[in-house]
Ligand binder design. Structure first.
Ligand code: 4AZ
Length: 207
């Protein structure tokens, strides 16, 4: 069954969270589902593809790459996301979007792919004592509503945080962790993809 999200970044590569790969170190334990909307009814145009290799980022970062055993077919429903410029810093209050089949805590839409719009909260603010109190590294970014109520949650991990810049959506975050879900003053934390673009491109080039 579904337990984490991921983002297609090229026909053969999916970016996800490293903590999503704790259950097994064997690629054959995992399968990637592309182009689905309903979690329990994979409709037309869905592609189910085996994983041939796992690549975990070698430092502390909660990010990993999956190499697919065969390339995804690019369609209107299965489209790779754009990577950011290396070390790009998303500005405070930029509107970004998360998606996933994660825990809904009794709100509408369990089993349907949900999307939420969240503002980025710059690290200096997010690390204030009353928010995440210094737990957020420069390799991460925060997004959320300080009032609470809208957030990623368990099962959304590994999935995308995309932000519109100029004329397209760019994958700026990988859903990683939080202190609970949707609590006031506890924004969600995302791996800052721009810090790992050189690692990502190097792995893809060499494999
Ligand atoms: C999780 O357990 C999880 N609100 C992911 C994201 C967040 C909390 C928990 C962020 O996978």
């Amino acid at each position: 069954g579904h337990f984490c999200g991921g983002t297609l970044i090229s026909p053969e590569w999916v970016l996800t969270a490293k903590h999503c790969l704790e259950k097994s170190s064997s690629p054959s334990s995992y399968k990637v589902i592309l182009g689905a909307h309903e979690e329990y009814h994979l409709g037309e145009g869905v592609q189910e593809i085996d994983v041939s290799k796992l690549f975990k980022e070698p430092s502390e970062a909660d990010i990993a790459l999956l190499k697919l055993s065969s390339p995804a077919i690019i369609t209107d429903k299965v489209i790779p996301a754009c990577l950011p410029t290396p070390n790009y810093v998303v500005a405070d209050r930029t509107a970004c979007y998360i998606t996933g089949w994660g825990e809904t805590k009794g709100t509408y839409g369990a089993g349907l792919l949900k999307e939420a719009r969240l503002p980025v909260i710059e690290n200096k603010v997010c690390n204030r004592y009353e928010y995440l109190g210094g737990k957020v590294s420069p390799n991460e970014l925060c997004a959320g509503h300080l009032a609470g109520g809208i957030d990623s949650c368990q099962g959304d991990s590994g999935g995308p945080l995309v932000c519109f810049e100029k004329d397209k959506y760019i994958l700026q975050g990988v859903t990683s962790w939080g202190l609970g879900c949707a609590l006031p003053n506890k924004p969600g934390v995302y791996v800052r993809v721009s810090r790992f673009v050189t690692w990502i491109e190097e792995i893809m080039r060499r494999n």
